[in-house]
Write a protein that binds this ligand. Structure first.
Ligand code: ATR
Length: 290
């Protein structure tokens, strides 16, 4: 069963995912199973919410320990926090909210980008055997395509890990604005195909180019992909985008968009419980519910 309200006791930590629609969300399956598997006294509910402001002011009792946020409420959620993590503020959206046990205040975070960065690091670490203490992204040239919410998140994430960031965007002005915030370089997306100052770069696509139904489209010409050691795509419908397929053909390591979601679930679980995430169980639950 998904959850059982009779299991709520005085010290049960109640969580929920705020979205609209919410019926399709895999998060309740994932977190309830994961809480149970590590013996954490917690429960996780799907919350169909129209207005985050109304929900937080009317229904969010101090008994709620934390929330996840999903479409379309990640931006509204940010406005309803008592405190916001600085990176979430820059990105302009939160993915989770945690109640501080000492004063009951709700603090918002964005861990979506941590999921993407962790997936990329794992793929790089696995291929070059770098020690866990030093990010395999440190010193790398990290090219982010797109400068929207996801582009900002990836650019800040890479910057935090010591990468040299390049922002490539269709609208050059937005690339420039974001690049200046992370001490990076800006380039028009159309010119990225001729940009290869060095080999072994990292590429992350955060544009919607290649998403269903236009799955033949790709944000970067195939000829350019050989300069990249690793290519990540935030798109997960389809799982194997044209960009990822061509990158694979060019010999790059590829990281699927689905890995971003799985890894951010690990991060959120750890924030909610203070315990290490049961990674294999989470992967299994997601595989069963897709
Ligand atoms: P998200 O929150 O998923 O990042 P967004 O904020 O709407 O979504 O950002 C969409 C990104 O995809 C933008 O960088 C956008 O480029 P512009 O800033 O020039 O609009 C990019 N994008 C969308 N459609 C595109 C297309 N057909 N070609 C190139 N870039 C595109």
């Amino acid at each position: 069963e998904l959850y059982n309200l009779r299991q709520i006791e005085a010290d049960t930590k109640v969580h929920g995912v705020i979205g609209n629609p919410i019926g399709h969300s895999k998060s309740p399956h994932l977190y309830n199973a994961a809480f149970k598997s590590v013996g954490f006294n917690g429960i996780y509910l799907p919350l169909l919410v129209d207005s985050v402001a109304n929900y937080i002011s009317t229904y969010s009792s101090p008994d709620f320990a934390g929330y996840s946020y999903t479409i379309p409420h990640k931006e509204d959620g940010l406005k309803c926090c008592d405190e916001v993590d600085p990176i979430a503020k820059e990105i302009g959206a939160i993915s989770c909210m945690i109640r501080r046990p000492d004063d009951g205040k709700l603090k918002g975070y964005n861990v979506d980008y941590l999921g993407a960065i962790a997936a990329i690091e794992e793929a790089l670490g696995a291929s070059n055997g770098a020690p866990a203490s030093v990010s395999p992204l440190a010193g790398k040239l990290f090219v982010v395509m797109g400068a929207g919410g996801a582009g900002k998140a990836l650019a800040y994430g890479a910057y935090e890990k010591g990468a040299r960031v390049v922002v490539a965007n269709r609208t050059y002005g937005k690339a420039k604005e974001l690049a200046s915030k992370v001490g990076g370089q800006a380039i028009a997306l159309a010119e990225l195909k001729d940009f290869h100052p060095e080999e072994g770069m990292i590429l992350a696509n955060t544009t919607s180019v290649g998403m269903k139904p236009r799955i033949e489209d790709t944000p970067l010409a195939k000829e350019a992909l050989k300069h990249y050691a690793l290519v990540f795509d935030t798109i997960y419908t389809p799982k194997l985008t044209t960009l990822l397929r061509e990158a694979q053909e060019a010999g790059s390591t590829i990281v699927y968009g689905t890995e971003m979601f799985i890894n951010q679930a690990f991060v959120q679980f750890e924030r909610f419980t203070g315990l290490p995430a049961p990674k294999q169980l989470i992967r299994d639950v997601l595989a069963r519910n897709t």
